[in-house]
Design a protein. Structure first.
Length: 50
C-alpha cells in the first residue's frame, strides 16, 4: 500500500522529503474511530450512589 502510493507520487513528479511509519497512539486511534478527542474522565456521582 505504501509502495503503491510512493510509486504514484513519483510518477506524478511529487518529491518526498521524508516518510516515517509507526503504530498510532491510543489517542490517535480513538480520534480515528470516534471523530473527536478524548476528554478528561468524568464521574457521575448518581451512578456511584445507586
Amino acid at each position: 500500500m505504501v509502495g503503491r502510493a510512493m510509486s504514484r507520487l513519483t510518477d506524478a513528479g511529487v518529491g518526498i522529503a521524508d516518510l516515517s511509519l509507526g503504530r498510532p497512539s491510543l489517542d490517535e486511534a480513538f480520534l480515528a474511530l470516534t471523530g473527536h478527542r478524548a476528554g478528561p474522565a468524568t464521574i457521575d456521582h448518581e451512578d456511584l450512589n445507586a
